[in-house]
Ligand binder design. Structure first.
Ligand SMILES: Cc1cc2nc3c(=O)[nH]c(=O)nc-3n(C[C@H](O)[C@H](O)[C@H](O)COP(=O)(O)OP(=O)(O)OC[C@H]3O[C@@H](n4cnc5c(N)ncnc54)[C@H](O)[C@@H]3O)c2cc1C
Length: 558
């Protein structure tokens, strides 16, 4: 018996059928099931297969790329410069050439297609396959994983690479369903590009996505209205086109660069300088800030004085430089005060810093206006547009709701995961997240995740995290095989110690002083807690290494 879902046939009751062109039997038993086809999942599928395991990858989308599969909105591009933002395998990087220093979403998708071909991944990948639930079977020491309208799979290891952005968030403004125009979350951007030329367009939200969208749409929209709740302290990107095929960093230097990503606080090849803001004279400081500013990338954020994220005065100094630079780019005094206020709105760098390409200049255009949601919030959505609290109805053909995600934990808690008790992961984390090493949870044996809570995650370059965490997970799997073990489980005491460490590090920084998704603030009812490990990649890497050397201390192996 077969059933067709999204044009895909799958097996029911144990009959082997073809899913996405690959043979899969219901309740097929695997060494590992990898969920998610972004950097994390793809790296693990490749590594585990190289080690000879029987492994499959399932992905709810129809192709590789993870966030770059979903995010096709105008202007979507990565803020991590290449070659940092790619896999470290010479088989890939020796032949792949990028067109730009910060590639756009379509180029990143092309890169994933190339990687999938080189690594021959498709034969072990099931697309259109959303994991709904996973249940631990204590007798068998295996996970039973159910997919929506698809096969059920059994695996010794459940490896979740569901990313930080799998659960979209739209505020529940009254009347959204009554809007007669197009309402879209940018990560569900239609594959058939809508024609926005001359249209009345709203972009709600000025996170990284909002900034990128607004910059691009200001060029085509008849009128663009940007709704800003919080100023984005965005930095100049300094894009470079590699039109002649020459990449900025020569290929022979790549391997060393990849090897040293783990030595950088944020997984790139730069670090905070071992100098306080006040070690320099005011003139030296201006010169140093300017040099970082000119380099573009995240350097003004993550290659600056070491005390910038930790002391309010140092942070304010960094803000003031940013503010003066930015205000000089905006002509209208009122808009200057909304976009780059004289008074620092929040700690610099404690919300995700975005990179921009002439974003602030769009507000000098006659077809662009800005609504300050701090003083004039959205009250409701009408048939024709958005009503703000001052009573104005702003009319739109299309509203792009760039309001982000239930970030970092939402993708994991959306799956009904039950471990050694009947309590789901969502219930387990109801009052706060608890993990060991930001990769595993007590009561959920043989389950690991990457780019999740209590790890460097959003403060770390994506591929760096994917490889560091993925390699560590593969080592655990190998260790279990060599020692003929069935079950690896977090000890509750090590989990408690890790949570304390997360808070301790966060409290040393300015992070808790700022409302952001790093602290769970953007989702009503979400516990307020640091979702990110602030010790930096080198310390995190060493902690993982030590844990492995000590025979996986903090874990019970049986
Ligand atoms: C708009 C945007 C811009 C970003 N820019 C940067 C940047 O500049 N630099 C940087 O380092 N990082 C950036 N990131 C972070 C980015 O998430 C990482 O760089 C990297 O892509 C993480 O890879 P991943 O494999 O962990 O997750 P993802 O790329 O998010 O992939 C996860 C995949 O899992 C799938 N999935 C989720 N749940 C299920 C389920 N239940 N069943 C089946 N499949 C599922 C999803 O469909 C998705 O394809 C950005 C993220 C976003 C959203």
């Amino acid at each position: 018996m077969t059933a067709a879902v999204h044009g895909v046939n799958h097996a029911i009751n144990g009959v082997t059928e073809k899913v996405n062109g690959i043979h899969i039997s219901n309740e097929q038993e695997l060494d590992a099931l990898v969920v998610g086809a972004g950097f994390g999942g793809v790296w693990q599928l490749k590594r585990l297969r190289d080690e000879g395991y029987n492994v499959k990858l399932v992905e709810s989308g129809t192709d590789y790329g993870g966030v770059w599969y979903w995010n096709r909105y105008p202007g979507a591009r990565v803020d991590s410069a290449i070659p940092h933002y790619e896999f470290s395998d010479p088989l890939l990087y020796k032949e792949w050439s990028w067109k730009q220093r910060f590639p756009d979403s379509s180029e990143l998708r092309a890169y994933f297609t190339y990687a999938a071909k080189k690594w021959d991944l498709r034969k072990d990948t099931l697309f259109n396959t959303y994991v709904e639930s996973a249940t631990w079977d204590e007798q068998e020491s295996k996970w039973t994983v159910k997919t929506k309208d698809g096969p059920t799979l059994k695996a010794k290891f459940l490896l979740l690479n569901t990313g930080f952005a799998a659960k979209r968030y739209t505020p529940d403004w009254p009347g959204i369903e009554s809007f007669k125009g197009t309402w879209v979350h940018p990560s569900f951007w239609p594959h058939d590009e809508p024609d926005l030329m001359g249209k009345k367009v709203a972009v709600i939200g000025t996170g990284s996505t909002g900034v990128q969208l607004a910059t691009d749409l200001a060029k085509v929209a008849g009128h663009l209205t940007v709704f800003q709740r919080t100023p984005n302290l965005a930095l100049p990107m300094r894009q470079v086109d590699y039109t002649n095929g020459d990449q900025e960093i020569p290929r022979p230097e790549y391997q060393s660069l990849f090897d040293h990503r783990k030595d950088s606080f944020s997984g790139f090849s730069f670090n905070f300088v071992p100098k306080s803001t006040w070690d320099d004279t005011p003139e030296q400081r201006q010169e140093f800030y300017q040099s970082l500013w000119d380099k573009g990338d995240f350097q003004y954020w993550l290659a600056t004085y070491y005390d910038m994220l930790f002391t309010p005065e140092a942070n304010k100094e960094a803000y003031n430089f940013w503010r003066d630079k930015t205000r000089a780019r905006v002509k209208n005094d009122k808009l200057k005060d909304i976009l780059a206020p004289m008074e620092q709105p929040h700690a610099f760098g404690c919300k995700r810093i975005s990179l921009e390409n002439k974003y602030f200049e769009i507000f000098n255009q006659p077809n662009v206006s800005l609504v300050d949601m701090k003083t004039n919030p959205i009250e409701s959505v009408t048939e024709t547009g958005i009503r703000t609290c001052d009573g104005t109805v702003h009319e739109f053909d299309i509203v792009i709701c760039a309001t982000g995600y239930d970030a970092i934990t939402g993708g994991l808690t959306s799956i009904d995961i039950r471990g050694t008790t009947d309590q789901t992961l969502k219930e387990t984390w109801k009052d706060g997240t608890a993990t060991n090493l930001g990769m595993s949870v007590s009561g959920f044996p043989n389950m690991f995740f990457t780019y999740g809570p209590q790890a460097p995650t959003a403060l770390c370059n994506g591929p760096t995290c994917a490889e560091i965490q993925g390699d560590w997970i593969v080592d655990v799997v190998n260790h279990m095989k060599v020692k003929d073990l069935k079950k690896v489980e977090v000890e509750i005491e090590s989990q408690k110690a890790w949570a304390e460490n997360i808070w301790k590090l966060a409290n040393m920084s300015l992070l808790p002083s700022t409302k952001s998704w790093y602290m769970g603030d953007n989702i009503p009812g979400k516990p307020r807690e640091p979702l990110i490990y602030l010790g930096g990649v080198p310390t995190y890497y060493k902690t993982l290494e030590d844990c492995a050397k000590e025979g996986y201390s903090g874990f019970k192996l049986s």
